[in-house]
Write a protein of this length. Structure first.
Length: 412
């Protein structure tokens, strides 16, 4: 039955025979088994009892071949999935990121000098509890800004002005509010996201390069978005709307604890290279005599609304179900959560966004065929205009809600 077995081709890998070849080989084996003098040849046509047995055995062989082909493919990191991808990740000391909580930037008002500690609790109008990510002191302006994470993991939406209730009573802390929507968290890391991080992590084993810094910080729990901008020149430059110091880097990062990020910078940045940003963090080098304190700057971006406007061709009959499905498809694509056939990466800071990326997800909605335009915008308030392409700066963390996605039918 050699004709029914997998064949290894060095140029192609394992190759499975066609169904017709497998059935022919099985039928020959059955005919040979029942071959006897003065006995008619066994009839293995599909309509005969023997043919039915031949077909069943053929199906079993095909299933075995398919399982072996799938197993062989899982040794390729570009297509591996599930526990096979996890196993390959271990070769790079990577584990799949679990679900992460949504993060909301909040403005806390009160008396000058009031400390709002790490772990302080607030609550949204939708009933979710949020936990303060880092200690902050209210200054002379009477307002301090910090981030809160949801106590539940997953892509939970927080609209602007929805986090308004203080749970942890602290003398001097009067109000809490979020001027911008929160950045939704995530479900467990997808196959494509994990593979992209594996590729980036290869550089994490080096030292001093942008790839080493990026790969190390990207693996920190709670980091939802990250860009490392480098300037090798002798003068400061502007990249993606933010200043990058001479011979230095500006690390734009949303989420993650300051201490963990500072430790990663200490481990991977070359001494003498400057850092830029709006937030100072520090790391105590316990591996060096005297335990010196190293201070760095990182850029903590502000959330900004991302908008999508879909115009369908005139005459399109659009149902409420289709509108909801289009919004869901765009929302999922924004976060890189669509099917493996549409492997768009999550839209993040310091990036160029083409509105055309949404055509595939929208066309995948049942009954949608005639798209006139899809355009995007980035602004705090409802935008005055939409564009085919836009740039997200390094100090902007794009965030989207279903209400930011409009779907209309063009006029006659």
């Amino acid at each position: 039955m050699a004709q029914s077995q997998l064949i290894f081709d060095p140029a192609k890998g394992l190759v499975a025979p066609d169904t017709s070849e497998i059935r022919e080989a099985v039928a020959q084996d059955w005919a040979s088994a029942f071959d006897a003098p003065d006995t008619p040849a066994l009839n293995t046509e599909p309509t005969t009892p023997a043919g039915q047995l031949v077909d069943a055995q053929t199906a079993e062989i095909e299933a075995k071949n398919a399982a072996l082909l799938y197993l062989a493919s899982q040794f390729n990191p570009r297509v591996a999935e599930g526990i096979w991808q996890d196993a390959l990740g271990w070769l790079y000391f990577l584990t799949r990121k679990l679900d992460e909580p949504s993060v909301v930037t909040c403005q806390c008002s009160g008396l000058n000098g009031t400390v709002i500690p790490y772990g302080a609790l607030a609550q949204s109008v939708t009933g979710y509890t949020l936990i303060c990510n880092s200690s902050v002191v209210i200054g002379a302006s009477g307002v301090a800004e910090t981030t809160f994470r949801c106590s539940r993991n997953g892509p939970i939406e927080f609209a602007a002005h929805s986090v308004t209730q203080i749970v942890t009573t602290i003398p001097g802390w009067d109000t809490v509010n979020n001027e911008a929507p929160g950045v939704p968290g995530r479900d467990i890391e997808t196959r494509s996201e994990f593979e992209a991080r594996r590729v980036q992590s290869v550089a994490a084993n080096s030292h001093g390069s942008v790839g080493a810094i990026f790969g190390t910080i990207a693996n920190i729990a709670g980091v939802l978005d990250l860009a490392v901008l480098e300037n090798v020149g002798p003068s400061p430059v502007i990249k993606f709307g933010v200043e990058v110091p001479a011979h230095g880097v500006t690390i734009c990062v949303y989420g993650g604890e300051d201490a963990a990020i500072a430790e990663a910078i200490y481990a991977k940045k070359n001494n003498g290279a400057d850092t830029g940003g709006n937030t100072e963090i520090s790391h105590v080098a316990t591996d060096v005599p005297g335990n010196p304190l190293y201070k760095y700057k990182i850029l903590r971006p502000d959330p900004v609304n991302f908008w999508v406007h879909v115009v369908l061709g005139a005459g399109t009959i659009l149902t409420a179900y289709q509108v909801a499905a289009i919004r869901q498809a765009i929302y999922r694509d924004f976060f890189g959560l669509n099917s493996a056939s549409i492997e768009n990466k999550r839209i993040g800071l310091a990036s160029t966004v083409y509105a055309s990326r949404f055509f595939g997800p929208v066309l995948a909605v049942e009954g949608i065929r005639n798209i006139q335009t899809i355009q995007v915008a980035l602004s705090e308030e409802p935008p005055m205009g939409f564009f085919d392409v836009l740039t997200v700066n390094g100090d902007q963390e794009p965030t989207i809600t279903a209400s930011n996605i409009s779907v209309v039918v063009a006029g006659p």
